[in-house]
Design a protein around this ligand. Structure first.
Ligand code: MG
Length: 362
């Protein structure tokens, strides 16, 4: 089974309500979909969601990377020789991690289809479902309390709150959510690099004095500020999760050796796909550092790949794969089954995606 072509297209999926963080508001998910075609007539599917502020990519750059650099190198490559094919993809260009992730997951999809095995079994087969949290958009404390109640009614047990602009208001927001949900709800905070280390310590100490049961604080300081991240980790009680600071296993190695974070957030769009993600898993296993599996604002295509990985590996103990649950429609037929917070992988080969509605092919 040899690669003959890679097609790219666009997909846009509307959200239930606008997704608001301290940095932006969006009302739909827009991603590049890739279809890797073979001489066996079987195709593999993948998705790149380019998040410019994090990976430096755009819809145009993903298309360019695939058509100018990846496709010419991959044409004719044998799917059965996964190692060689993925080495070729890796060395086709540096960075462009979301573009690589999309093509790579499509190649894994083909590999699974060729040998009639679901991706999660191929990668470890540890379990067949994982639980995700749900992100509550930044709004007034009252609105956030209401949205949190709706999430609880939908079955979610873990909520993620974006913080980082106004500490006094953040505390009010967290208090309102906590009150609306009761003690059984687990709260995660994500500051998305919004604070200096000193600010983070001051704000978190204040939060810790008012509220108990915050499970973790995600990426409080700038991605490159590892000393700051360690300072925060050592100065507060709440465990710290590194997100934007970790793209590769080399980044993870630095953070683990410095003791700069308690947990590591793996996202396929940062690692360049499953292989890069599994390198981080292997390193984290050696040091007994638990991992998260997160996503950008992706559709169910790439979240299916992420869920397969999360199901495969025991070191991934928590998931933040909520973007399909934020969508008002699901154009993806097959793939993971979503029931409230539970993402269940199927026994269909590869990613198990049958077809996707509404793709506008280039
Ligand atoms: Mg994050």
């Amino acid at each position: 089974m040899h690669i003959t072509n890679i097609k790219t297209g666009l997909i846009s999926v509307p959200l239930r309500t606008p997704f608001k963080t301290s940095l932006r508001t969006i009302d739909s998910i827009k991603s590049v979909v890739v279809s890797v075609e073979t001489d066996a007539g079987i195709t593999g599917i993948g998705e790149a969601h380019p998040t410019g502020p994090i990976t430096g990519e755009s819809i145009g750059s993903v298309r360019g990377a695939i058509h100018e650099f990846m496709l010419p190198k991959l044409k004719g490559k044998e799917i059965a020789n996964l190692e060689d094919t993925l080495n070729t993809l890796d060395s086709s260009m540096v960075k462009n991690t979301s573009a690589k992730a999309a093509v790579e997951m499509a190649i894994y999809d083909l590999f699974g289809k060729k040998y009639q095995i679901p991706l999660y079994r191929l990668l470890g087969g540890y379990r067949n479902q994982v639980e995700t949290d749900l992100t509550i958009s930044v709004n007034s404390p009252e609105e956030m309390a209401r949205d949190s109640r709706i999430a609880i009614d939908r079955g979610f047990r873990i909520l993620k709150l974006k913080v980082g602009l106004n500490p006094a208001l953040d505390i009010e927001r967290i208090m309102a959510v906590k009150e609306a949900c009761g003690p059984m709800t687990v709260l995660r905070l994500d500051a998305n690099q919004g604070w200096s280390a000193r600010e983070a310590v001051k704000i978190m100490r204040e939060i810790e004095s008012e509220i108990t049961g915050i499970e973790l604080l995600e990426q409080p300081v700038l991605a490159h500020d590892l000393e700051g991240l360690r300072m925060v980790k050592e100065s507060i009680e709440t465990p710290v999760l590194a997100d934007e600071a970790v793209f590769s296993a080399i980044d993870a190695e630095k953070i683990i050796s410095m003791g700069a974070a308690d947990y590591i957030n793996i996202k396929l769009m940062k690692t360049g796909g499953l292989r890069g993600a599994m390198r981080i898993c292997a390193l984290a296993e050696m040091h007994n550092v638990e991992c998260f599996l997160g996503c950008m604002m992706e559709t169910k295509i790439s979240v299916t790949a992420a869920a397969h990985l999360a199901c495969a590996r025991s070191i991934i103990t928590r998931c933040d794969l909520d973007s399909p649950a934020l969508c008002s429609t699901d154009p993806v037929h097959g793939g993971i089954e979503i029931e409230g917070p539970w993402l269940k992988v199927s026994e269909a080969p590869g990613l198990g995606i049958d077809h996707v509605d509404g793709i506008i092919w280039d």
